[in-house]
Design a protein around this ligand. Sequence first.
Ligand SMILES: NC(=O)C1=CN([C@@H]2O[C@H](COP(=O)(O)OP(=O)(O)OC[C@H]3O[C@@H](n4cnc5c(N)ncnc54)[C@H](OP(=O)(O)O)[C@@H]3O)[C@@H](O)[C@H]2O)[C@@H](O)CC1
Ligand SMILES: [K+]
Length: 468
Amino acid sequence: MRQILTSAQLRAAERHIFDTRPDVDLMSLAAREVARVTDLVEPTGKVIVAVGPGNNGGDGLFAAALLAEHRPVLLWLVNGRAHEEGLIAAVVAGAQEVDAVSAIGALADCAVVIDAFTGLGSRPGLPPQVATFAAACEAQAVQVVAVDLPSGLDADLGRVSTSFQATHTVTFAAPKPCHVQQPAAARCGRIHIADIGLDIQETNQRIAEEADIAGWWPSPDEGSDKYSRGVVTLDTGSESYPGAALLSCAGALHAGAGMVRYTGRAPSGLILSRFPSVVIGDGRAEATVLGSGWGDTDNAASRVEWAKLHNLPAVVDADALYSLPRGRLDGWLLTPHAGELARLLGCTRAHVEAEPLACVREVSRTSGAAVLLKGATQYVAEPSGRVTLAVRGPAWTARAGSGDVLAGICGALLAAGLPAWKAGVMGASIQAITAGRNPGPYTPDELSARMPSTIAELVGQPSSVSPT
Ligand SMILES: NC(=O)C1=CN([C@@H]2O[C@H](COP(=O)(O)OP(=O)(O)OC[C@H]3O[C@@H](n4cnc5c(N)ncnc54)[C@H](OP(=O)(O)O)[C@@H]3O)[C@@H](O)[C@H]2O)[C@@H](O)CC1
Ligand SMILES: [K+]
């Protein structure tokens, strides 16, 4: 799990080091990582460094000093002024100053551009000359290593403005919101998180990693049976949308549910012809999934109330989201997309997209349920205000039916006894990881069928016989 730090939190960690260990030279440590990644990206050839007036430019200049020892380096001092000691170090090492016109001209035979214009102190957007340079880098497909973040982005937001399109971003100590929230994250390319010795405290915003999902995944042992692994009841689909029922069954079964019961309105013959292990009808269960593919049902409220009366943790998806029962929904997981969350809050979808964290936190706080906001970035909020982002995946999963599969996966995990927030993070992450390992336009059910092999790879298969 990685803590996500705002720029203020990172600056506080930096102040702490300055106060307690004044001997530590953070800028040199940062610069060394920038130079190392630059050499990894392209080990030879000309490097152009776009240098800003602040400490981000300072990082770039000290990196330039290291690189100029073994390869040609051009410095474009964008504002005509720069970190003094950094500039001396770079020039002494052999880096050569150029103006804006020469910097753009040099792109044609340049191996890497280092974007050291602005970092944590970045105001959104770029001055015209820098915007032209950034656009030329993009048009000529030059590799861009951004120092801390692509200049033009706001470190604390997932929104984009005119900015560099980095192929790599070297950031320090921890990811910032712009590195993990879409659409800004897509401007960062591959993220390298350099440890520069800052002490990172726990925050209320973090991002899960593959290793977390692997460690949390509930693997059966010799004593497991279908009941101990968890029974999930799926009240999903309808006569109008029978496909949603099949997709939620696929999600729950491929996530490893001990047993799947189906109590929805889709034809049982259809379910059994695809998934013969599904048991039709009500019975003992540890969790339920409600709402996917219900359409305009007239008894939504009573179907949701039923789960509350039976004290059954529920995944509430799609149409069931608008029929939430009164009272706290402790242990429940709501799975809206941005439009559904907007309707729950009585605001616009644009507002949810602009303020996803505030919106997802608000619904969790007021309902008592964990809330998984689905989309390009998947956020899971807990009533305490803590938000965990799921592992990032490719955009291929953005298609009809992915949410129905996800509801089934989350239901299986809830039935296995995982807390609601964790079931949400794991469900969204396993879908993303599976899509990442199977790139291409697979349908949601095809991807779900590949999930078991992803899970097996993640958790490892214990050997049942000792080696001889
Ligand atoms: N904190 C840490 O732990 C560590 C921090 N380190 C490094 O320090 C960086 C932060 O440095 P920083 O505070 O000097 O701010 P920085 O990003 O260089 O920008 C400030 C300058 O840019 C200008 N400017 C901004 N936006 C602009 C725009 N749109 N268009 C035009 N100009 C614009 C702004 O102008 P002003 O607002 O003053 O007019 C000001 O002059 C951080 O990202 C990391 O790289 C590492 O060395 C080690 C550990
Ligand atoms: K930068």
